[in-house]
Every structure is written in structure tokens, then in C-alpha cells.
Design a protein around this ligand. Sequence first.
Ligand code: DAH
Length: 358
Amino acid sequence: MDNIDALRTEWLERVAAAGDAAALEQVRVAALGRKGRLTELLKGLGAMGLEERRAAGPALNGLKDAVQAAILARQGVLERQAQGVRLAAERVDVTLPVEYRAEGRIHPISQVTDEIVAIFGDMGFTVAEGPEIEDDFHNFSALNIPPEHPARQEHDTFYFAPHADGHRMLLRTHTSPVQIRTMMRHAPPHRIIAPGRTYRSDSDITHTPMFHQVEGLVIDKVTHMGHLKGCLIEFLHAFFELPDVPVRFRPSYFPFTEPSAEVDIGCSRKGGELKIGAGDGWLEILGCGMVHPNVLLNCGVDPGIYQGFAFGMGVERVAMLKYGIPDLRTFYESDLRWLRHYGFAALDQPSTQGGLAR
Ligand code: DAH
């Protein structure tokens, strides 16, 4: 029994002295492992006589339980100690200055709008804006789209509830009303572009109820189709960063321009892959024309003195083409993975010399 007491004292001391998990494990193996000291003693019970075993058995098993319990308790203490050390080491010093990281990304719509504005800015255009909630006059009538005009049906307009006098406001279906506001507010000449949100009750793979357009308007004393073509060809070459992309003007119809044209750029679709540049295909990119004399008259501009041209394009469409974004709807799903992939770093500056300066 003295022997047992001495063993108990010895092993409990060794357990208490273990300074970390590895040392404690060594003690455990030395005491209770397959060839451990206490294991060996317990094995020895089999060789004893009955009397001897009766006395030694419970004592040895008691010793083993006590050492096991001590090891477990010590393990808990050591774990708490280690955690305390780790927490102290990992303490955050909230007084340290923050490391600056530009986490935000610029949405492709903002980026492309900036690029368009920068290119026309270099050509002497200024940015004009107008309200997104418009009236019938600015969105339709003044643009030579009278109430019974079939173009109204094509616009799928969102209307607000009518006022007491019957007139109802609407969400502008295009940025063209900014032309009207510009001409009614200021005297010519004009050279503006108007980027902004537009709305139509339409939703499928190629339409979202809210989308963006950039409108352009030039009014001066001598302005003709040649200016219109030169201006837009220059823009398309700069925007797509392809100085020799073919540009085609195709006769078309818009109520607010006469003559009107749609503008296509060359592309190839070899192997199902769309590539902008010379090729055997064409892609429609924008609408344009010489401002209709009725529009000038509606705004108090004398068509005998002033003429001009206008154009309009969809920002999503040109963004998709320039940056290879396949699905229009993803622009507005607010998926961060999408934005990290297609978004632009805050310091990407639009420039007209060879595209983005990085
Ligand atoms: N407003 C037209 C649309 O939303 C786009 C447009 C075409 C604007 C020709 C123009 C233009 O100024 O001249 O479809």
C-alpha cells in the first residue's frame, strides 16, 4: 500500500508538471500506454495469488482511475491556457490605422456610361439630364408622336394614376425628352448627350423593365448628314477601340427625325462566336437622324435657320457587346460574384486613347 501511495504521488506530480499537451501525452503513455508503468502493474495481477490479488486489485485500479482523471483534468487546464495565450496573441488593436483596400467595383453600366460621356466630351458635347417621371408632351407629343401615333404602342409605357384633369404622368420610355427640355430651356446652338434610366413594361432575355440610354443632340446653323455620320463613326471607333470597324447607315424611321437611320457595325459570327470588326455580319447599334422640323417648331426653334441631328443608343446593349456579357438580366441581379467578374476597379479611367487606362 505504501508502494501504491508513493506511485499515486509520483504520477499525480508528473501529470501536474506536464506543461503542454505533448508533455501530458508523454506522461499518459508512460503510465497507461500499452507498455506503461501502471499497465504493467495491472498485468502483474494475473500472476498473483488470490489473497494478494484481492488487496492489490482494487488499489491498482483505483490508482489507474485517479491518474486517468488527473490527466483529463490537466488536459482541460492546458487547453484553456493555450486558448488564453492564442487570444492574447490575436488581440486586435482597434487603435491601429485601417489598411486601405478598394473593395468596391464599378458596375459595367456606370463604366460604359462614363466611357461614352468621355468620348463625346472630347468632341465638345456636354451632359444634360432630365426627369425620369415625364409628361406626355416631353416624352411623346413634342417629339412628333401625337396621341394616335402607332409608335406609342411600341413603347409599352408605364403610366401613373391620372390626375383630376385627366392627364397622367409616365416613366420616360426613352431619353429623347431631354432633347425637348434642352431646346426649350436654352437657345441654340446645342451639343449635348443625355445618359439616363428609361422604362418600358417589357421583360425577357433581351429586355428589362428599367434600362439605360444615351441620347445625343446637335443643333446649329449648318448641320447635315455628313456631320451626323462623321460624329457617330468617330464615336464607334473610339468606343470599341477598333479604328477600322466597318460602320453602315441603314435607312429607317423615327417620328422625331427625317431622314432617319439605324447604324450597324461589322461583325463575324464564325463558329458561333460573335466578334466585332470586319466580317460578313452586321450588328444594330443605335438609331439616329436629322431632327424633324416639327420637333424644332415644338420647341420654338426656327427650322429655317437651325437644323441638327440626334441619336440614341442602349447602354446595356453596347456594354454587352464591348465586354462580352451574355445575359442582359444579370445586370440587375445584384450578384456580387457577377460584379467582381464584370465590374471595374475604381481607378480604371475611361480615356479615348486606346480605351481604358489601367
Ligand atoms: N428614342 C429612340 C428609342 O428609344 C432612340 C433614338 C433613335 C433616339 C433615333 C434618337 C434618334 O435621338 O435620333 O428607340
